[in-house]
Design a binder for this molecule. Sequence first.
Ligand code: P5A
Length: 447
Amino acid sequence: MLLSRYLLPVMKETPADAQIVSHQLMLRAGLVRQTAAGIYAWLPLGLRVLDRISAIVRREQDRAGAIELLMPTIQSADLWRQSGRYDAYGPEMLRFQDRGQREMLYGPTNEEMITAIFRDCVRSYRDLPRTLYHIQWKFRDEVRPRFGVMRGREFLMKDAYSFDMDEASGQLSYYTQMLAYLRTFEAMGLRAVPMRAATGPIGGNLSHEFIVLADTGESEVYYDSDYEHLNWNQSAFDYGNAQDLDAFKRMFSHMYAATDETHDLRAWEQVPDERKKNGRGIEVGHIFFFGTKYSAAMGMHVQAKDGSLVTPLMGSYGVGVSRLMGAIIEANHDANGIIWPEAVAPFDIGLINLRPDDAACAAAAHDLQAKLEAAGRSVLHDDRDARGGEKFATMDLIGLPWTVTIGPKGVAARTVEVKRRATGEKQEVSVESLVAGLAKSDTMGAL
Ligand code: P5A
């Protein structure tokens, strides 16, 4: 991608209306633009990150056996009257009428809709268990939308819904999603702790919030320091264990996290003092097991093996996809800008040509861009007619993992400077070794 033909409206000044660093950086780095209170347009660079976050969420959902579908954003009030939540939901729900005066709403969540779909599609125990998910925009008319995409009114959520024949199977679905969440956040370079939580308007009595540790977070969290060191992708944690609920529970049982030291005290007492930590964090996910709350209210039955009719048990599982972008930035930035983890960066490499007016430099830069792209790397090539200092500052602000700089001296020697954003380390390398190294390895870190 040539920056001279891209849309990247970066700002030098910190916008006065943005209170937290992630919101400031998202505006300054040209990721989003506010179009109304709590509503944002995703600019090209921001959309690339949002797509990469969604892709990781999708990959981990698929790996955990969940099945993707897509439900609409607009729902009918009648659907919500079936569960009794139409009146209960209150002013957070955006309600309106269509031209036939039918009452409609912009979905804040999809428990009712998925229950109706599943109820109408499925008759037999053979069709259960199932977990279905989608990644779709939601609207909640929050009283105080703030902190940019962290608490928006329109926001992107991954919401999954599980249907099971009995309690044990339902809990298995719940813990399967719990593991999928820990893997999802880890894959984005985040440390997240699952914390027992209240269920609010979703319902049920088994619920966890996932809190990303960040000093600027809104929630206080007391947690077991083991969470900082775990690798949820190691084989000790495996969906194979999911055949056995006890094995699954053991996987999580020695670690606890809570909103305060007294909450879930019995559990917390099992954590040795030296592992007890507290800090701040951001809620990026929330999972619920609420049994028959919606399936019973909406008249859903499936036939069991013995011919009897059973009301399936359900859970719902949310990830704040757009909020995650804010959380990732809160956890990964410095005074100069964002430091994207490689897994979600909008481009892998920023390529700076210091002298686009010089024919040899321009030819070398275009040639290197083509070679890097052929090796499977995404490249944002700053070919603009601008000062070097401005180009470096832009790259630091937008936080691409690697910057490769081409200038007249290097062109003569066939070398480039490679800088790693996370550490600031710089290295002179030959163009050949850069390209050969990239062809061999997944990460530039191998250089
Ligand atoms: C779970 C999936 C639910 O809605 N129903 C479907 C359940 N849970 S939740 O906790 O209310 O939301 C899930 C996640 O969505 C994010 N989120 C938000 N992100 C940005 N702006 C908002 N206003 C907002 N509200 C919720 C959070 O990450 C939350 O964990």
